[in-house]
Design a protein around this ligand. Structure first.
Ligand code: SAH
Ligand code: SF4
Length: 347
């Protein structure tokens, strides 16, 4: 009984201290407060885009920093959360990949991003948002969670799995596994295990239809090439037309955006229940690529549409605050890098 009371204070009501838990004895509240904290990660900056997208730079207990992004739409809201500080992989088009891995996030830090976002947008029963700009007109402001922030979630398997179990619990945050999507660059051996132990929706960062090109864009492909990746996808549990895998495909000018590529993409995914998400490349300072021309994206999308995939282009959100896909990189590292430059310049 105590556990379910506490669970409800934590995850249904969003309590931030033990003192206010009125149905729990004072003695126990004191004991809990001595041993545990309900503090959220602290906010270093909060930015609100002209389109209502919010990006938080958060500081963890040890001073490391991560980013979390909230993307509101008319009738739903998606929270994009990080799984690691930085990333060990170095996809050549991704800003996060230029930041070396500092460490894995704990389940508390992963769920903490959801808790903090709900605090900030007033998404607890009876709460009102401090800034209502762009929020959806729905009871729940966060309806979906995507593990598409910083880090490769399958390289932090257990902690991300435990965080998803907490987020999905029907007596708590109640974000069903059908509304949680894990995105992976293709850590093939962990995909069946994720299906068995977590069973959320899956997204694959495909980005190329040939191994030679994917090797350069998503270097993990050298270890687990496209054919192995798609075999793992085919075997993912519970796939059906209602439960499809999302294939993410970043549009890079002159590299992977030809009509022949579009046709190959459709052929490659032919027997997998799939959604295709074309992501216009989001530039970042020093990026070695350009986004495909809009006309070319439309032509590419038309081939994909004709094959039966609905509106596959993901509109870039929050670009003005560097919150769009692949733009995340924590300020601390950027500052350290600029401090290094400054000291190099001084030498
Ligand atoms: N590491 C995981 C999850 C985080 S990345 C993964 O790679 O899947 C979330 C998505 O943004 C991935 O599909 C990634 O390939 C894509 N992405 C990275 N950099 C991007 C950029 N500059 N523009 C557009 N999408 C990008
Ligand atoms: Fe890491 Fe994903 Fe970025 Fe690749 S795309 S560097 S796996 S965060």
């Amino acid at each position: 009984m105590r556990v379910s009371q506490l669970w409800s204070w934590l995850y249904v009501r969003g309590a931030t201290d033990f003192a206010g838990m009125t149905d729990i004895t004072k003695e126990l509240r004191v004991t809990l407060a001595e041993a545990f904290t309900l503090a959220r990660p602290s906010i270093v900056t909060e930015q609100v885009s002209v389109d209502g997208t919010r990006k938080w730079l958060l500081r963890l207990d040890d001073g490391k920093e991560i980013e979390t992004v909230y993307i509101p739409e008319a009738d739903r809201g998606t929270l994009c959360i990080s799984s690691q500080v930085g990333c060990t992989l170095a996809c050549s088009f991704c800003h996060t990949g230029t930041q070396r891995l500092v460490r894995n996030l704990t389940p508390g830090e992963i769920v903490g991003q959801i808790m903090l976002a709900r605090d900030q947008i007033g998404d607890w029963p009876g709460a009102t948002p401090a800034d209502a700009r762009g929020l959806p007109d729905a009871d729940r402001k966060i309806t979906n969670v995507v593990l598409m922030g910083m880090g490769e979630p399958l390289y932090n398997f257990e902690q991300v799995r435990d965080a998803c179990a907490i987020a999905a619990d029907g007596e708590g945050l109640s974000i069903s596994k059908r509304r949680i999507t894990l995105s992976t660059s293709g850590v093939v051996p962990e995909i069946p295990r994720w299906g068995a132990e977590a069973g959320t929706m899956l997204a694959i960062s495909l980005h190329a239809v040939r191994d030679d090109l994917r090797d350069t864009l998503v270097p993990i492909n050298k270890k687990w090439p496209i054919a192995d990746l798609l075999d793992a996808c085919r075997a993912y549990p519970g796939l059906s037309n209602a439960k499809r895998i999302t294939f993410e495909y970043v549009m890079l000018k002159g590299l992977n955006d030809s009509i022949a590529d579009a046709k190959d993409l459709v052929r490659l995914l032919a027997h997998i229940p799939a959604k295709i998400n074309l992501i216009p490349f989001n530039p970042w300072p020093g990026a070695p690529y350009e986004c495909s021309d809009w006309e070319q994206i439309e032509k590419f999308a038309e081939v994909v549409n004709r094959a039966g995939y609905a509106s596959p282009v993901r509109s870039p959100r929050g670009r003005d605050i560097m919150a769009a896909c692949g733009q995340l990189k924590s300020e601390s590292v950027k500052l350290r890098a600029s401090a290094r430059q400054a000291s190099a310049a001084a030498e």
